[in-house]
Design a protein around this ligand. Structure first.
Ligand SMILES: Cc1ncc(COP(=O)(O)O)c(C=O)c1O
Length: 487
């Protein structure tokens, strides 16, 4: 590599990284000028880039020019203040700096010995976060439990499902897998279904229990009890209940205490998925939503959603770490080391699917230190206030309705169908979604609740202010007027 960029050269790094930081800072400064949802067609990039990699090095300037003109049109701007789709995925200066440091050190911290600080900082910051959330002591590293950073909530639910499955198989015999049954609601994230598929749970043994507006789309413990009783009578083995605090469609909150008690009585694993709403529970006024977490075996929150920690960083706590380790541990000779054998150190490779792992705790640590708990709480409160404001705007226009109770920073709403509407507003709201997203001015997403096509307005991007919510509402109102005029 005589010409161009060397793989490692401190001065070249300094110069080029400064240019990259400038590029990113300029991007954040001008982020509102981009269409929030990328407007390109599938395959657009194939026509813009060469068929094969360059034989000779190019310059960073060439690459950045291509990023500007060819990549940026194909980017959906998740950090835009006008992004209200899905759930937010926060970037922040602290999170970004932590990512940068992690990229710079570029360690692969699968065992304690491969970088003791990576393991020990992860243990400490997850204890910190557990204390902020007031999780029961059993989830802290000082006892039999502890926290671990997974990449995503999907990985979190998979690893605990594997631990629960193996615990059940040890008890009932390895041939009993065909009788193992999992319970959740029809509002549970699809990651549990995927976890069941991977874990070899028979598809017909995953009970997706129906919810309704009568419980605000929360899981009814009576339905769980009845279903479990029927299953036991039929010779099945109930072994896993997943509850959600803040479901993806409407942020429903399942009753943790009641579900946890059922799980305990039947010796089942109880997992709580608070991927999105866990962040809100750092505020004293919202932490009651996780009352009952003391019954849980595992608890998960995505700090990369609404906790200013750049993707990816999903915090998982378990009460009994040995259950995870029994399922996921392997000990090949080439990884053997004195510390693992003698000192009882944590080797996080045994708490997750892959071997290699990034130094993700750095960014979570920096977020907590550089913002502090009080600012993080105020950050959550601000978004919830903005969602309340949007909800008031919806209520003020009789053409719209709020379609599910708002609990956190998500508002589910829809344009009311006219009396002559054949499909209860399905097409009307589908077209409204399409029109506002095509405008490039805002990006929202949708769901279906009780058969109704519903629009989701999830406040939570770090740059969103009241003026953005007001402007978003005007975009929705204008497009609704155009659509209704055309009917
Ligand atoms: C409640 C809930 N659980 C799980 C997930 C899956 O998250 P991840 O992408 O981290 O796997 C989501 C994603 O939005 C979610 O809302």
């Amino acid at each position: 590599m005589e010409n161009g960029l060397k793989p490692m050269d401190a001065e070249q790094l300094r110069e080029n990284a400064h240019r990259m930081v400038d590029f990113i800072a300029d991007y954040y400064k001008s982020i509102e000028s981009f269409p929030v949802l990328s407007q390109v067609q599938p395959g657009y990039l194939r026509d813009l880039l060469p068929d094969s990699a360059p034989h000779q090095p190019e310059t960073l300037q060439d690459v950045l020019d291509d990023v500007r003109h060819k990549i940026m049109p194909g980017v959906t701007h998740w950090q835009s203040p006008d992004f209200y789709a899905y759930f937010p995925s926060n970037s922040s200066t602290a999170g970004f700096l932590g990512e940068m440091l992690s990229a710079g050190l570029n360690i692969v911290g699968f065992s304690w010995v491969t970088s003791p600080a990576a393991t020990e900082l992860e243990v400490i910051v997850l204890d910190w976060l557990a204390k902020i959330l007031k999780l029961p002591e059993q989830f802290l590293s000082s006892g039999r439990g502890g926290g671990v950073i997974q990449g995503t909530a999907s990985e979190a639910v998979l690893v605990v499902l594997l631990a629960a499955r193996d615990k059940a198989l040890r008890k009932f015999g390895k041939n009993s897998i065909e009788r193992l049954v999992v319970y959740s609601s029809d509002q549970t994230h699809a990651s549990l279904q995927k976890a069941c598929q991977i874990a070899g749970i028979y598809p017909e043994n995953y009970r997706v229990l129906k919810t309704s507006p009568s419980t605000n789309f929360a899981l009814d413990p009576n339905v769980v009890c009845e279903t479990i009783s029927q299953d036991v009578a039929a010779g099945f083995i109930p072994f896993f209940i997943c509850a959600t605090v803040g479901t993806t469609s409407s942020t429903a909150v399942d009753p943790l205490s009641a579900l946890g008690k059922i799980a305990k009585a039947k010796d089942m694993w109880f997992h709580v998925d608070a991927a999105y709403a866990g962040s809100a529970c750092i505020c004293p006024e919202y932490c009651h939503y996780i009352n009952g977490v003391e019954e849980a075996d595992s608890f998960n929150m995505n700090t990369h959603k609404w906790f200013l920690t750049n993707f990816d960083c999903s915090a998982l706590w378990v009460k009994d770490r040995s259950a995870l380790i029994q399922s996921l541990s392997t000990n090949p000779e080439y990884l053997n080391n004195k510390a693992s054998q003698e000192n009882g150190v944590v080797d996080f490779k045994d708490w997750q699917i892959p071997l290699g792992r990034r130094f993700r705790s750095l960014k979570l640590w920096m977020v907590m230190r550089l913002y502090g708990v009080e600012n993080l709480q105020n950050y959550i409160r601000k978004h919830i206030k903005l969602a309340e404001y949007f909800e008031e705007l919806i209520i003020s226009d009789s053409r719209f309705e709020v379609a599910a109770p708002r609990t956190f920073s998500l508002v589910c709403f829809r344009l009311l169908p006219l009396a002559c509407d054949q499909d209860d507003g399905y097409k009307l709201n589908y077209n409204l979604l399409d029109a506002v997203n095509l405008s490039g001015k805002i990006f929202i997403s949708h769901t279906v609740l009780s058969g109704k096509y519903v629009l989701r307005f999830a406040v939570g991007a770090p740059l969103t202010e009241e003026r953005h919510v007001k402007a978003a509402w005007e975009v929705l109102q204008d497009q609704a007027t155009i659509l209704l005029r055309g009917l």
